[in-house]
Design a protein around this ligand. Structure first.
Ligand SMILES: [Zn+2]
Length: 68
């Protein structure tokens, strides 16, 4: 397996700050699997918000389906 990294990008609806989380494919699988929507935490104001996987991390959205 490759050690490809995935960037999850979120934009907080409360304060507007953007967050980037970098996870390996293994971590992505463990944490999110192939869910269409994910929950993110804002590091600035600690708000929780939902984001679509295809928006937050289009690469994973594509790859997780290929991996089945
Ligand atoms: Zn925020």
């Amino acid at each position: 397996m490759t050690s490809k990294k995935y960037q999850i990008k979120g934009a907080c609806p409360q304060c507007g700050c953007t967050d980037v989380t970098v996870l390996s494919a293994e971590e992505m699988k463990k944490k999110y699997g192939d869910v269409p929507n994910i929950e993110l935490d804002c590091s600035a104001c600690t708000a929780k918000y939902d984001s679509e996987m295809k928006t937050a991390c289009p690469e994973w959205d594509k790859d997780c389906k290929l991996e089945g």
